[in-house]
Design a binder for this molecule. Structure first.
Ligand code: NAP
Length: 301
C-alpha cells in the first residue's frame, strides 16, 4: 500500500522512514512537511495539495507534534484516508474521540499508536502478570530532555505535555500490563517558571502504584517499571525492551517497536478495524487536573 508521511522531523527520520522502507506492506509514496524531505520520495509542503493530487495514497501517517495533528487527521479522514497517529494521539482527549467517531462514519481505519507497547518485553510481561496479585508497582522514567528533544520548544508549550511526552510511553506500558486498572490519587508537578508544561512529576495511583518522571536526568537514563507480585518481582528496563522475572532475563535482543506498528496498521486496514486506546492519555489528563503545581527554575535548551 502507498503511504504518505506527514511532519518530517526527528521521529519520522529516526523510525518511520526506516520502518516503512523495511516493510513489504508499504511504499513511502509522498512526504508532507514545511521543511523536511526524504531522498527519492515526492515531497509536498501543502497537505491539501497532496490529498487532492495523490488519490493513489490511501494511508497517511502523522508524525507531527500533538497540537497541530488534529487538523491534519480530520482532513485526511474527510478525504477518505486511513490514518495513523503518533503518540500521544492528540492534544486533548475529546479531539481524539472526535477523530474516532469521524473515522467510524467515514469507514476508514484510525490507529492511535503507542510505540512502547510494541517493546519486546511488554507482551510477555502482560501475560505473566495476568493471573498475579499485584502488591505494588513503580515507574522510573528519567531522561535528559536536552539530549532527546534538542530545541523542541513545542514540548513546553500548551498541549506539549512536557515530561508526559516521554512519560506517556511508561503510561502506555502500565495500562497494558497491569491486570486491573488503577486511578490517580495524588500528583506533584514541577513547572519551570518559563514553561507551560511540567519538567518533572511524581504520581501516586491506587494499588500502591507510583511513578517518578524526570526530564532533567543527566548521566545514566532510566526507563524502568517494576511490579511486585505474590509470585515475585517483574522488572521492565530500557523502555520495555528488557524483561526480568525474579532476576532472570526473559526477553532480550533487538527491538522492533516501529516496524511492529506498521505491521499492525497493515492488519487494521486489511481487516477494516480501528485501534484507539486513550487510557495512557487519561492518566496524563488526570495528573494535570489533580496535580499540585510547584514552580521551579526556568528551563533553557
Ligand atoms: P519534531 O521533530 O519537533 O516535529 C516533527 C515535525 O512536525 C517537524 O519536523 C515539523 O515539520 C512538523 N511540525 C511541527 N510543528 C508543526 C506545526 N505547528 N504545524 C505543522 N507541522 C509542524 O518532533 P518529533 O520529535 O518528531 O515528535 C513528533 C511526535 O512524535 C510527537 O508526538 C512525539 O511525542 C512523538 N515521538 C517522538 C520521539 C522522539 O524521540 N523525538 C519518539 C517517539 C515519539 P515541518 O516544520 O518540516 O513541517
Amino acid at each position: 500500500m502507498n503511504i504518505a508521511l506527514v511532519g518530517i522531523g526527528k521521529i519520522a527520520v529516526d523510525q518511520h522512514v526506516p520502518s516503512i522502507n523495511a516493510s513489504s506492506d508499504w511504499t513511502l509514496a509522498a512526504t508532507v512537511s514545511r521543511s523536511g524531505t526524504v531522498d527519492g520520495v515526492p515531497a509536498f509542503t501543502d497537505f491539501d495539495q497532496m490529498l487532492t493530487e495523490r488519490s493513489d495514497i490511501p494511508v497517511v501517517s502523522l508524525c507531527l507534534p500533538p497540537v497541530p495533528r488534529y487538523d491534519y487527521a480530520a482532513k485526511a479522514i474527510a478525504g477518505g484516508r486511513h490514518v495513523m497517529l503518533e503518540k500521544p494521539p492528540g492534544a486533548t482527549l475529546a479531539e481524539v474521540q472526535a477523530l474516532d467517531a469521524m473515522a467510524r462514519d467515514a469507514g476508514v481505519t484510525l490507529f492511535a499508536t503507542w510505540h512502547s507497547r510494541m517493546a519486546k518485553g511488554v507482551a510477555p510481561a502482560k501475560a505473566w502478570l495476568a493471573d498475579k496479585q499485584i502488591e505494588a508497582a513503580h515507574i522510573s522514567w528519567k531522561e535528559d530532555v536536552r539530549r532527546w528533544h534538542p530545541g523542541q520548544q513545542w514540548v513546553f508549550e500548551p498541549g506539549g505535555m512536557g515530561v508526559f511526552d516521554p512519560g506517556s510511553n511508561a503510561l502506555s506500558i502500565m495500562t497494558e500490563i497491569l491486570p486491573q486498572p488503577v486511578h490517580l490519587r495524588q500528583a506533584e508537578l514541577l513547572f519551570p517558571s518559563n514553561c507551560d508544561t511540567p519538567i518533572a512529576a511524581q504520581l501516586t495511583w491506587t494499588g500502591k502504584v507510583t511513578g517518578d518522571f524526570d526530564w532533567l536526568q543527566e548521566g545514566p537514563q532510566s526507563w524502568d517499571i517494576t511490579v511486585e507480585t505474590d509470585a515475585g518481582t517483574l522488572a521492565l528496563h530500557d523502555g520495555g525492551a528488557r524483561l526480568l522475572i525474579n532476576g532472570q532475563e526473559v526477553e532480550a535482543g533487538a527491538d522492533r517497536e516501529y516496524p511492529a506498528l506498521y505491521d499492525r496498521m497493515a492488519e487494521l486496514v486489511e481487516t477494516g478495524k480501528s485501534d484507539v486506546d486513550l487510557s495512557p492519555m487519561i492518566h496524563v489528563a488526570d495528573a494535570l487536573t489533580l496535580g499540585k503545581r510547584i514552580t521551579v527554575e526556568a528551563f533553557h535548551f
